[in-house]
Design a binder for this molecule. Structure first.
Ligand code: URA
Ligand code: ZN
Length: 359
């Protein structure tokens, strides 16, 4: 078949699924995160963040058939699933390793039910002893549908610029597992002002999440992590938060910083600038809902580093319909942004197929 007649698959790299095993785990909990009904309402709800009063735990969250139906309805050929936040961050140290294996194996089995349509970013038992974390990374090399790992911004509990993470990053590079970086913790509610709560989830989701991702990436860059682990690859949620837009300002603040200067960290030839990292280490998802955001992401990282996503099943249609704006709005933004068919195809799936080896 001539190359031009081969259709590039549409790939969704930002799409969550909580395996039933994980839901059961949350049902047994009384502290956030948990899953329970709020009588007199029988509908069970997922409460995964303190600022949120929960969302109906409908099959879109845990049922692989519903995920496939969502994909079919919206012409998504391939999804790269990730466990939703807060992943395994809250687990006690002694059970995290076993739970991670079960979650990753059950997700892999779901992928195996739909060969070629589903892959996944695995969850790591970050609260477990280091040997358990390294053991799971090594094991993932043999888990057929695992294509990377999902990571929150807290890392091992001390942020992503925690030096203890460096060996883990190196192990991930050696295992060819990129990191899908996703927010969860947001910003303190006080930053939204005394009226913040009147605006529902807009402040934490539209501003808190992207700033959290931006801060995590800035910490990583400032720590010099990309000098020590030059091949580290990160797929950043929500088009990198605001990192593409703020790259110039972050660089300027670095250039003007007396403390960094006194430590010889500014003109050090091994320093990786924000621009370097955006071009060589960071992929940006397309979950930014507008041409302006996509253009900024593309200008900083290049069209070969942007990957389409939906954030399904968060942001369901308020009218209860089958058309998900989180799909259609991101798709429309991509159509408007990438006028060249080649570019559009890269973003809609070509990049994900190449980078994540989805064959
Ligand atoms: N809210 C969440 O808790 N997670 C998401 O991914 C999106 C919205
Ligand atoms: Zn998400």
């Amino acid at each position: 078949v001539a190359k031009s007649t081969l259709k590039t698959p549409v790939v969704d790299i930002h799409t969550h699924l909580y395996p039933p095993f994980y839901i059961d785990l949350l049902k047994a909990r009384t502290e956030i995160p948990y899953v329970r009904a709020f009588p007199p309402d029988n509908q069970i709800r997922l409460v995964n963040r303190a600022a949120d009063n929960g969302r109906p735990m409908v099959p879109h969250f845990f049922d692989v058939k519903t995920k496939i139906a969502f994909m079919d309805h919206h012409n998504i050929d391939i999804s790269v699933l990730s466990l939703g936040n807060p992943w395994l961050d809250f687990l006690p140290s002694d059970t995290a390793g076993q739970v991670a294996q079960e979650i990753n194996d059950s997700t892999n089995s779901m992928c195996a039910e739909y060969p070629g349509r589903l892959y996944f970013f695995a969850a790591l038992p970050l609260s477990a002893p280091p040997s358990v974390v390294f053991g799971e990374i090594a094991r993932l090399k043999t888990v057929p549908y695992a294509r990377g790992i999902v990571l929150g911004t807290s890392g091992l509990g001390h942020g992503l610029d925690d030096p203890t993470l460096i060996p883990i990053f190196k192990a991930l590079v050696d295992a060819s597992l990129p990191i899908f970086l996703h927010p969860h913790y947001g910003l303190p509610a006080s930053v939204y002002g005394p009226h913040g709560k009147e605006y529902g989830q807009v402040m934490p989701l539209a501003l808190g999440f992207p700033m959290e991702t931006t801060i995590a990436l800035a910490c990583l860059i400032l720590s010099g992590c990309f000098t020590v682990v030059p091949d580290l690859q990160i797929i950043a949620s929500h088009s990198g938060g605001t990192l593409p837009f703020l790259a110039g300002r972050i660089e300027s603040c670095i250039q003007h910083d007396r403390l960094l200067d006194s430590k010889g960290k500014i003109n050090n030839p091994t320093r990786k600038t924000v621009w370097d990292v955006l071009k060589n280490n960071i992929y940006l998802d397309g979950v930014i809902y507008d041409k302006i955001g996509l253009q900024t992401a593309t200008a900083t990282s290049g069209v070969d580093r942007i990957m389409f996503g939906t954030d399904h099943p968060f942001f369901p249609p308020l009218d209860g319909g089958v058309e998900w704006p989180s799909m259609t709005v991101n798709l429309k933004a991509a159509k408007k942004t990438y006028e060249r068919e080649e570019d559009y195809n890269l973003v809609m799936g070509g990049n994900a197929v190449r980078v994540l080896n989805l064959r």
